[in-house]
Write a protein that binds this ligand. Structure first.
Ligand SMILES: CC(C)(COP(=O)(O)OP(=O)(O)OC[C@H]1O[C@@H](n2cnc3c(N)ncnc32)[C@H](O)[C@@H]1OP(=O)(O)O)[C@@H](O)C(=O)NCCC(=O)NCCS
Length: 166
């Protein structure tokens, strides 16, 4: 099994829509629209093409030539511009095969290199043990737990913030 990260292309629109409509959203931010339609994909692919390497890095997670997930590091705003926030999602049939760990490993290298960041953070809901584990296996350490910091489905949720220095 070969795990690689690919730049998103306009041609990936249908695969991106299928991915975003199928992914398990239990622990994802409400920021990802559902249903995820063609206009969402057009907007997002355009945003990525314009901002990649500047405001963030966005990649498809590819296993043996097939896109099975998405991963990004987005530059934070204002005085935190030297910090990037990592996010990722993988289709359920591909969980627990080491993909998340390897994708985060590769992505942190890309993000530190291309965005000249000092630190990458990962925000995880406390119940998302797999995601926390993926970060810990890549050297991230728990920095703080922010009580009720994120609203999801109308409910305030705690968030654990992990950090990885350059
Ligand atoms: C989080 C996610 C990317 C993990 O990807 P993955 O490819 O399954 O991750 P890996 O196989 O590399 O590693 C998962 C680790 O979590 C562990 N794990 C999985 N489920 C677990 C659970 N319920 N409790 C404790 N540990 C768990 C695995 O055992 C493994 O650790 P190990 O290698 O020490 O045994 C994937 O579950 C996903 O896409 N989830 C939905 C989207 C999401 O939550 N994104 C993150 C938002 S912060």
């Amino acid at each position: 099994m070969t795990i690689t990260l690919h730049n998103w292309k306009t041609d990936d629109k249908l695969v991106l829509m299928a991915l975003c409509n199928a992914v398990d959203r239990t622990f994802l931010s409400d920021r990802l629209p559902y249903p995820y339609d063609e206009a969402d994909a057009d907007w997002w692919l355009g945003m990525v093409a314009e901002n990649d390497g500047k405001e963030g890095v966005w990649r498809a997670i590819v296993v043996d030539g097939k896109i099975v997930g998405s991963i990004s590091v987005e530059r934070m705003a204002d005085e935190e511009r030297n910090v990037g926030a990592i996010g990722y999602m993988i289709l359920t049939p591909w969980w627990s095969k080491g993909l998340g760990t390897e994708a985060v490993r590769q992505m942190c290298g890309i993000a530190f290199r291309e965005l000249a960041l000092e630190r990458i953070i990962g925000e995880v809901f406390p119940e998302n043990l797999a995601s926390a584990r993926v970060l810990e296996k890549n050297g991230f350490r728990l920095k703080e737990t922010r009580a009720g910091a994120v609203v999801k489905g109308g409910k305030a949720m705690d968030v654990k913030v992990y950090g990885l220095p350059r």
